[in-house]
Design a protein around this ligand. Structure first.
Ligand SMILES: *Cc1c(COP(=O)(O)O)cnc(C)c1O
Length: 358
């Protein structure tokens, strides 16, 4: 059986080495020694702003919205994982969808200004499959209208844009360290922020608002990453570079095999150093996709319809016109199995089934 992703597991004895340190210190939560170590190593590896480790990749979206978006309207993309929209509604904000660019698959920044009202407080956009939004233009729009920018950068571990970490952009960027992502801590995530004042607020917000043991800066919730999650991260991190390198060979295989077919993938923005996180194929129509999916499933190969459905079709969202690209692409996009140790024979099998099904 071949699934769409396969979680990378480090050698057990390397994970165990970290667990032994935890057993030695007897500290498994609230900022143990390993927690500091992972923070420092990630900041260095990513060349990123300061970061706050979190229990998953959804809580940092919620905290950033809570701190920055009031209960206002949040301009967002309908083409993302459900967490992006759900976090907005969960925090009592109102999502206002703007359609996506048909090739980059990120929010169409040329349509943002028309969606701004006096209630708009923030933009929450996703760097889809690690492909950055048009961050310069979004920065300009946000400044002009006094809006905050939050990036759901869940897919972006290791991505650089024009030589900088992608986590440098926006008021806050978040990442997911879920087991299906390139770097993981089982469940986990982080938020990145350059502004020291805002960083402080995000930090105490993720730790019940604590100032000291019995003093409080303000409202907070618990989004802390535990030392056990940290141990997994420390054991996984040394393998990320070679994992991404191997993923590149898988990517090159797919790309080569699918040239001169009707099967497209998304367009990477210029200036991006990418992390080879996903290989989506965009079919000419949903019928073709279903045919290919069925043919692959018959051989125990399980690609994933991702992102599907368009978030504008969620049962708790009021239907609105003008989201044709997101609605059309979400019906036609299939993420192929993509992980480092896919064998050439497996890749050949996948691509020949795909091509034969057309
Ligand atoms: C994975 C993912 C999330 C959620 O992250 P969790 O760590 O699973 O909470 C949010 N947004 C996007 C785009 C994702 O892919």
């Amino acid at each position: 059986m071949i699934n769409v992703t396969k979680t990378f597991l480090p050698p057990l004895e390397e994970y165990q080495k970290y667990l032994e340190q935890i057993w030695g210190s007897n500290q498994i939560a609230n900022g143990g020694k390993l927690w500091y170590e992972l923070q420092a190593k990630l900041k260095e590896y990513l060349d990123s702003p300061d970061l706050i480790l979190t229990a998953n990749g959804t809580l940092p979206l919620q905290i950033a919205l809570k701190v920055l978006a009031g209960n206002g309207e949040v301009i967002t993309t309908p083409f993302s994982y459900v967490a992006t929209t759900a976090a907005i509604i969960w925090e009592n904000c109102t999502p206002v969808f703007v359609d996506i660019h048909p090739e980059y698959l990120t929010i169409d920044e040329t349509k943002i200004e028309a969606a701004i009202t006096e209630k708009t407080t923030a933009i929450l956009a996703t760097h889809v499959f690690g492909n950055p939004c048009n961050v310069e233009e979004m920065d300009r729009i946000a400044k002009k209208h006094g809006l905050k920018v939050i990036y759901d950068a869940a897919h972006c571990f290791g991505v650089k844009y024009k030589g900088q970490s992608i986590f440098n952009f926006g008021d806050v960027s978040t990442c997911s360290f879920h087991a299906t992502k390139i770097f993981h801590t089982g469940e986990g995530g982080a938020m990145f922020c350059k502004d020291p004042e805002l960083f402080k607020k995000l930090f105490y917000s993720h730790n019940f608002g604590h100032k000291g043991e019995s003093e409080f800066y303000g409202l907070g919730i618990n989004a802390k990453m535990s030392e056990l999650q940290v141990a997994m991260g420390l054991a996984v991190l040394p393998y990320v570079d070679s994992d991404i390198k191997q993923r590149k060979t898988v990517y090159d295989f797919y790309k080569e095999a699918l040239t001169d077919t009707q099967l497209n993938t998304f367009k990477l923005r210029d200036g991006v150093e990418w992390n080879y996180s996903y290989f989506p194929v965009i079919f000419s129509d949903e019928k073709q996709l279903l045919k290919a999916q069925k043919a692959l499933n018959e051989k125990e190969i399980f690609p994933r319809r991702y992102f599907y459905p368009s978030l504008s079709s969620l049962p708790y969202i009021k239907k609105l016109p003008g989201l044709e690209n997101s609605e059309s692409i979400s019906r036609r996009i299939l993420c192929l199995p993509f992980y480092a140790d896919l064998k050439p024979e497996q890749l050949k099998e996948i691509t020949s089934i795909l091509i034969a099904s057309q």
